[in-house]
Ligand binder design. Structure first.
Ligand SMILES: [Zn+2]
Ligand SMILES: [Zn+2]
Length: 187
């Protein structure tokens, strides 16, 4: 899937179907894209993930990913091919807004490999007592545990804004259970 999106972009670029904004001519735009990538990916992920929880898509597609309750690196990239296609579609933004092709390559690397890291099951990498790197995403780990919360990541707090945020506390779990009971009670 990664290769398909990359080939599609390069083919479109070679045939001049899309415009590019090379670093040599637009250096500021290049760095602005680097800063914006987490925001674009966070927003895209939240909305496609809510779509994947639609009854039909969940039952036939997203359930493959949710078979992993206790996550590990392989869980991150364990997806149904249709989910792969949807999840890895965020670089399509570069077909509309011109960028340097290097940004597209970075975007594809991030979107493809990041899930292995964020599902690793280890919150940080330590050297003795010194933290070297944050790893797993606790926010998303809670999504695998409770399903109906934390659809996005905390780069863009859309879960907080749309009332789907779970912070790991007992209060948040109670709130989620009440919400579920109310939705089941509704005709
Ligand atoms: Zn999900
Ligand atoms: Zn996941």
């Amino acid at each position: 899937m990664w290769t398909s999106y990359e080939v599609l972009y390069l083919y479109a670029m070679a045939n001049e179907w899309i415009s590019i904004a090379p670093f040599s001519a637009h250096p500021l735009q290049f760095f602005a894209w680097i800063l914006c990538l987490p925001l674009i990916r966070g927003t895209h992920f939240y909305f496609i993930h809510r779509l994947l929880h639609h009854h039909f898509l969940y039952k036939h597609v997203h359930i493959t990913h949710h078979r992993n309750v206790n996550t590990g690196p392989w869980s991150g990239i364990s997806m149904h091919p249709i989910e792969n296609l949807i999840y890895q579609s965020s670089p399509l933004v570069h077909f509309i807004i011109p960028t340097d092709p290097v940004i597209v390559i970075i975007h594809l690397v991030l979107v493809t490999l990041n899930p292995a890291f964020t599902h690793s099951g280890f919150e940080k990498i330590l050297n003795k007592d010194t933290k070297i790197l944050d790893s797993a995403d606790f926010h998303h780990q809670l999504h695998h545990k409770y399903f109906d919360c934390n659809y996005g990541n905390m780069d863009v707090p859309l879960d907080v804004w749309f009332g789907t945020h779970h912070d790991g506390t007992d209060e948040a779990t109670q709130k989620l259970r009440m919400k579920k009971r109310r939705s089941v009670a509704q005709p």
